[in-house]
Ligand binder design. Sequence first.
Ligand SMILES: Cc1cc2nc3c(=O)[nH]c(=O)nc-3n(C[C@H](O)[C@H](O)[C@H](O)COP(=O)(O)O)c2cc1C
Length: 286
Amino acid sequence: MYDDPSGISQGFLPDQGPRQDLSQITPSAFKMMSGISSIPSIYNRTSRSLLSLTQRRLVSPINASSLSPSRLAFSHSQYRTNMSGSAAFFEAVRNRRSVYTITSETTIPDEKIQEIITEAVKHAPSSFNSQSSRAVLLLGAEHKKLWEITLNVLKGIVPAEQLPATEGRIQGFANGHGTVLFFEDETAVTELQTKFPLYQDRFPQWSQHASGILQYIVWTALEAEGLGASLQHYNPLITPQVLSTWDLPSSWTLVAQLVFGKPSAPAGEKTFQPIEGVRFKTFGKQ
Ligand SMILES: Cc1cc2nc3c(=O)[nH]c(=O)nc-3n(C[C@H](O)[C@H](O)[C@H](O)COP(=O)(O)O)c2cc1C
């Protein structure tokens, strides 16, 4: 059980299976499967030529007219990164926390929340650019409905003595402003599996990775706007009712629920395990 007084939080830490050897996927396979034609040329460069490319950008301005749209987009992002560094990004990374005490108020208009999710869905990476992730934003009465559904499902399972704690926890989520539901479209996964059987065992795992990245972007962006959020996993228990209530395709698998609102208490204290040499190692530093 995982920070879940209800005791019903199964499925949020999937078996990761054996380690995958990414090196088996060649640039040409990637190009064929993703439809991104500019990637192989980047992947094919030796590290030396990549370095010289970066150095050229640092010393000479980009000649936009000489680049194709996709190369231009790549160059612009590289250029911006070199100019601004990662400080603003890491401020958002540090500030993102699990915030459980939230109200129905919001710090930004609902349109801005929609914009954040739209941008995140659009720009989050996915394996072979399969774009398998889906998101649903529930606000107001629809948000409350989700937590009613969840409580009703849990009532049929949770032992009587644990029910008050479960009710309290679910009420805490219902008190929020909204919930983002994250799904993966299994159609995208099976299409890739059928087309490229050599990698079929990898696609389900990569699909979950893609969802995790999307969840993280939305979570971090909402908190950067002053909202507080926590990530919940009442799937698969609530999945059938979620799909039927909001008339969603049966090929969508519910992966996570990000519940958010205006924080009325700060996140709890967080402890950190040692990083240097334990959780992070460096070899060959110059
Ligand atoms: C993959 C994943 C699954 C998680 N599942 C849950 C969950 O089911 N319920 C919950 O309350 N928090 C969940 N969390 C939040 C973690 O408990 C939390 O991120 C961690 O304790 C660190 O705290 P922080 O988010 O404040 O940095 C999950 C986080 C991740 C990354």
